[in-house]
Design a protein around this ligand. Sequence first.
Ligand SMILES: Cc1cc2nc3c(=O)[nH]c(=O)nc-3n(C[C@H](O)[C@H](O)[C@H](O)COP(=O)(O)O)c2cc1C
Length: 356
Amino acid sequence: MKFEKVIIYYFSGTGNAENTALWVSDEAKKIGVEVEIFNIAKINNQKIPRPAKNTLIGFISPTHGFHFPTIMRKFIKKFPKSNNCSAFIMNTRAGIRIWNKTIGGLSGVLHYWSSIILIRKDYKIVGLLPVDLPSNWISLHPAIKKIGTELIYKRVEPKVRQFAKEIINNKRNYKALFDIIQDIIISPISILYILFGKYFFAKSFIASSDCDMCGLCEKTCPVQAIKQVDSRMFWTYKCESCMKCMNNCPQKAIETAHGFIIVLWFFTSFFVGYVISRLLNYPNFENWQWLQNETIKTLIVSLAIFPFLFIGYRLMHWLMRFKIFERFFVLTSLTKYKFWGRYKSPNKRIKTHSNN
Ligand SMILES: Cc1cc2nc3c(=O)[nH]c(=O)nc-3n(C[C@H](O)[C@H](O)[C@H](O)COP(=O)(O)O)c2cc1C
């Protein structure tokens, strides 16, 4: 017996998860099941009603740091209890093409974490699927070219549709569990990403002098993380690094400040190194030679970087009003250079209940 209704809740930075949600909704319509689709960034402050009996609920989101982004995690946590309903979870991941081969991304803990939360709310989990669409993480690597993007999309779309058909027809599909060993191995990194990485990446964005203050990034940021400070765009800690702003900026004025990150790292290492050497000069700390261990030093630098990041980002923002500093921070951003490019998903605009 198939479900009476499917409700899909998705979050998407650059369109991959949105397209995935659209494919699932399309399959539901083909099967003749009523479907509703919501972008959670647009309904996040609203109270979600308890789903009617025999509804299939879908959660679809990109993977960020081997987990779901904060907005999706919070959404699942506060989601209402089940009413004899089932649920499926899909994460879009970083697929990369290397010599005609598509290498899948890494999901980490998200399927297990979400399943536990939803089972505790009495949902029956009927599907878990990682979806390897192109990586949009252009703070780390050059954008995947249009041709690679299209090839990955062509390969993945039928798999998503097949999965959707199965679960809507009340079959089970737990493909995500094939990755359980690699997911467990990398799981500690997801904790580090939540505690530190997320904030670090949030504070790596800058707007160059090409920015004409059109305000598009501020208006369309799914988590309202961008604001104007001293007539320049400023990224707050709320930023999810979803890449929407950077990939959509009409002036291509948003960059990842790699130069700033390197200066910050060197400065913090220098400072930490200096403090440690001073400490060891004091008689009371003579036995603390383990502080000289390189791994321990790197760990301390990684933690110490946060106060520096907080002050450093503000300082960079202020310094960027001077042309010479603006040029330094912009020209040392790899994203500034043409070969790096921007990521564009073949994004079909869809009308959802929340944006029409
Ligand atoms: C900040 C950030 C972190 C990411 N972390 C992961 C990850 O841990 N594993 C992975 O496979 N892909 C990761 N990715 C890639 C995205 O999950 C992937 O490109 C996704 O399809 C983007 O979906 P969207 O277009 O709906 O935003 C990351 C991307 C970003 C921007």
